[in-house]
Design a protein around this ligand. Structure first.
Ligand code: SAH
Length: 241
């Protein structure tokens, strides 16, 4: 029997009247990606056995990754791969975002510093997990566009500033959590200083043209630092402003 011609997914094409930007939500693609990412994190790589906690999965489900990337690469937004966002910056593959977010272990009362706002996607993920997110981006047009995207989508607990994240954001320190999404040859001392005792930092470390190691840095209640190497990664370099 032939299917009736009108059985089209009309709902996918209906938008709230008067919406400024008429973009499909793509929730089904996102759901498929989240399942794939959850399985990948659990079954492969150096952190095999890592179970994403439900709050992280929920954040990945909610944030519309396609609205954080340029139109030219939007079709690929729900594949597990990094995407170029202009100005030599890259939004990390969802598996890396998921793993870094999991390692960061953000609680609802936390104030979080992100260095390398890029598209604002990672900040949006953190927005649903912590209390206040402070994000610094060196490239001013990226900072401006990420701030606009975040505000437009209602992530009102995220503050973005253009500047050199190497120095941290002393006015808002100390932070419970610090995440750096560009690779530095050494962990910037100001970021360690601005981490609260009991805090943790996730950061890729390595030379600009070499391999990077994702590191988890923990500051105990007495201020002592321990470092743990998690897995090899590739990030854009942390530039000095
Ligand atoms: N977290 C981003 C991805 C960032 S890519 C996202 O979710 O989309 C790394 C970003 O770090 C780039 O945008 C780059 O411009 C920025 N960056 C490089 N050096 C920096 C510095 N010293 N301070 C702040 N941002 C920096």
């Amino acid at each position: 029997m032939r299917r009736p011609f009108l059985l089209l997914p009309l709902a996918a094409f209906s938008f709230p009247a008067g919406a400024a930007v008429q973009e499909p939500d793509r929730a089904e693609e996102r759901e498929r990606l989240v399942r794939q990412v959850t399985n990948l994190v659990a079954t492969s790589g150096a952190r095999r056995g890592t179970q994403l906690r439900s709050a992280v999965i929920e954040a990945l489900r909610r944030v519309p990754r396609h609205l954080f990337v340029p139109e030219a690469v939007r079709a690929d937004a729900y594949r597990d791969r990094p995407l170029p966002i202009g100005h030599d910056a890259t939004i990390s593959a969802p598996t890396i975002v998921a793993l870094m977010t999991e390692l960061l272990d953000v609680a609802p009362e936390h104030r979080v510093l992100e260095v390398g706002t890029g598209s604002g996607y990672q900040a949006a993920i953190l927005s649903g997990l912590g209390r206040e997110i402070f994000s610094i981006e060196l490239v001013e047009p990226l900072a401006r566009s990420a701030a606009a995207t975040l505000a437009g989508l209602g992530y009102s607990n995220v503050r973005v500033k253009a500047g050199d994240g190497y120095a941290g954001w002393p006015e808002h320190a100390p932070f419970d959590r610090v995440i750096v999404t560009a690779a530095a040859p050494h962990v910037p001392q100001p970021l360690i200083d601005q981490l609260r005792p009991g805090g943790r930092m996730v950061i890729p470390v390595g030379e600009a043209d070499g391999d990077h190691q994702l590191m988890l840095i923990v500051k105990d209640m007495r201020g002592r630092i321990t470092r743990q190497t998690i897995l090899p990664v590739r990030f854009v370099p942390l530039q000095r402003g």
